[in-house]
Design a protein around this ligand. Structure first.
Ligand code: HEM
Ligand code: ISQ
Length: 154
């Protein structure tokens, strides 16, 4: 499917909305991942290390923001070049971090669902299925690159 300028704009605009309250949305994103797949709890070091929910964990916030940011960058690349290119070194790093923590391809569906629901909630009445499709497409392409890298390193 062609990634149009319209789709790129939809992604960029909702990312701007999310940026207005990073602490809230990153926490919501993470809570949704655990709501959909409670077993994922043990994969994250910031949960393994404590019994409490990480309300104000800087690592959680930073990683969650990176997922949104990278998906947004993927949307830009898809529109500009028709494909997602993640720099080799950062892809290698992401592949090994995820492999080390036991991430399997099925988990990417969980994170996708949580990501889309977070954006939907943050968008409020601005939400449309088109926004969801645009984010979904950009996420799928990025996820593919990471999954391929995990498979290569296995
Ligand atoms: C760590 C991004 C999918 C679980 C990370 C980090 C980033 C990231 C940037 C931090 C790496 C570092 O330590 O430097 C992404 C992106 C994804 C994705 C862009 C999809 C497109 C997933 C999925 C899972 C997952 C599907 C499984 C539920 C984890 C875990 C860590 C991690 C367990 C290590 C966290 C820790 O304990 O420090 N991810 N991720 N990620 N990710 Fe993902
Ligand atoms: C790492 N990878 C995927 C999703 C995440 C969400 C919150 C914190 C870290 C993450």
């Amino acid at each position: 499917m062609v990634f149009t300028e319209k789709k790129e704009t939809l992604v960029k605009d909702s990312w701007e909305l999310l940026k207005l309250d990073i602490p809230q949305h990153s926490l919501r994103f993470f809570s949704l991942i655990l709501e959909i797949a409670p077993a994922a709890k043990n994969m994250f070091s910031f949960l393994r290390d404590s019994d409490e929910f990480p309300q104000n964990n800087p690592k959680l916030k930073a990683h969650a923001v990176k997922v949104f940011k990278m998906t947004c960058e993927s949307a830009i690349q898809l529109r500009e070049k028709g494909e997602v290119v993640v720099p080799e070194t950062s892809l290698k790093h992401l592949g090994s971090v995820h492999l080390k923590n036991g991430v399997i391809p099925l988990h990417f569906e969980v994170v996708k669902e949580a990501l889309l629901r977070t954006i939907k909630e943050a968008s409020g009445e601005k939400w449309s299925d088109e926004i969801g499709c645009a984010w979904g497409e950009a996420y799928d392409q990025l996820a593919s690159a990471i999954k391929d890298e995990i498979a290569k390193e296995e």
